[in-house]
Design a protein around this ligand. Structure first.
Ligand code: BGC
Length: 346
């Protein structure tokens, strides 16, 4: 195992960005940027031992900055996904957040965690911890929040992400990673088989905001309890899908507590299997519906459905839908969550 560091360009405002590569003894590697704690590349073996980069990204920092609304590989926060009308009430006080998705707040706002260059420390030969202080009032959130995100890459090709945060005032925290996976390394993800360990999903309104209703997946295109091709029902004439252009929904994981299996993704072409474990209660299945045609890494061309995100999280809009698990972090308490993406081939 080893960790190497190389420059990865300069932001528009003149700050230097570093690429860190963690390589394991099989020659597989994870590449990270300190810009947005971004997963830039994740190279794992297919069934014939050939390395395949299974995440979407760009060749240059300029492209990450230009297309910042896609959040390719980034850490998102303070609050992943949407909060209706960019406001919430906590301890009787109404907080107003930045609105960056029509009337709503999305992925931490105009200048969310994905757009900062984070400090980092390298631990041993297999992990990197990024940290930053998100000041009181940032994008409208209360409390000075100390955040750290540790990425480890194991000998067995697992990407382990540990999130930790503490605030000096009650606040809201819901951190995730926005990697788009494509286990073929090209094309769309329609033929990938997906299994999600969820009997229920949260209903969206036409603006992709959870309404608060929790619906059964049974007899709907949301039923991924057995492995199913992502493309099998994606274009079904069903309002939940066509209103958001594909899958863009939060699944209610059947086991709400502890570190448990959330999803399995399999690519029949390469044989690569990705298994997701998380301590979070939900996972957002997002099929890159808004990924307009563009150039990606190494001459790749991306478009809608070129990748699939499995964003582990508290349910979106939970500050408005009070029946959802609460993303409130009390002053002095520790936010601690873990998500693992592990890779094998068959
Ligand atoms: C959201 C989508 C959004 C995408 C890119 C996903 O997490 O659920 O609605 O378009 O991120 O911003």
């Amino acid at each position: 195992m080893s960790v190497t560091q190389v420059p990865f360009g300069t932001t528009r405002d003149g700050s230097k960005v570093t690429l860190l590569r963690i390589t394991n003894s099989m020659g597989c590697y994870l590449e990270l940027l300190d810009y947005g704690c971004t997963v830039h590349a994740l190279s794992v073996p297919d069934r014939d031992g050939r390395l395949t980069d299974v995440t979407l990204g760009y060749d240059t920092l300029g492209e990450y900055e230009e297309h910042d609304d896609a959040y390719l590989g980034a850490a998102v926060g303070r609050h992943a996904n949407r909060i209706a009308e960019g406001k919430f009430t906590l301890n009787g006080h109404e907080y107003t957040l930045a609105k960056n998705n029509g009337e709503n707040h999305l992925h931490g706002g105009i200048h969310g965690f994905d757009k900062y260059i984070w400090s980092y420390t390298v631990s041993g030969d297999d992990s990197v911890t990024f940290s930053r202080l998100s000041p009181h009032g940032e994008e409208g959130y209360p409390g000075n929040l100390r955040v750290s995100i540790t990425y480890s890459f194991t000998r067995e090709c697992s990407l382990e992400i540990d999130y930790r945060a503490e605030s000096d005032a009650d606040t809201v925290v819901n951190l995730t990673n926005h990697s788009y996976f494509n286990l073929a390394g090209r094309g769309t993800v329609h033929s990938h088989l997906l299994q999600i360990y969820a009997d229920f999903f949260t209903e969206n309104d036409g603006g992709c905001l959870p309404t608060g209703r929790i619906l059964e997946v049974t007899d709907t295109p949301m039923d991924f309890r057995q492995p199913k091709e992502i493309g099998a029902k994606i274009d079904a004439d069903w309002e939940q899908l066509w209103s958001v252009g594909g899958y863009d929904h939060n699944f209610v994981l059947s086991d709400p507590s502890g570190l448990k299996k959330a999803a399995v993704l399999f690519c029949p072409d390469t044989g690569i299997v990705m298994t997701v474990h998380t301590t979070m209660p939900g996972v957002q299945l997002y099929t890159a519906n808004a990924l307009t045609p563009r150039k990606g890494k190494n001459t790749a061309r991306y478009k809608e459905r070129s990748g699939v995100c499995l964003e582990t999280q508290y349910f979106p809009n939970a500050m408005v839908c009070h029946n959802f698990p609460s993303p409130v972090l009390k002053a002095g308490e520790v936010y601690s969550h873990r998500t693992i993406y592990s890779f094998t081939a068959k």
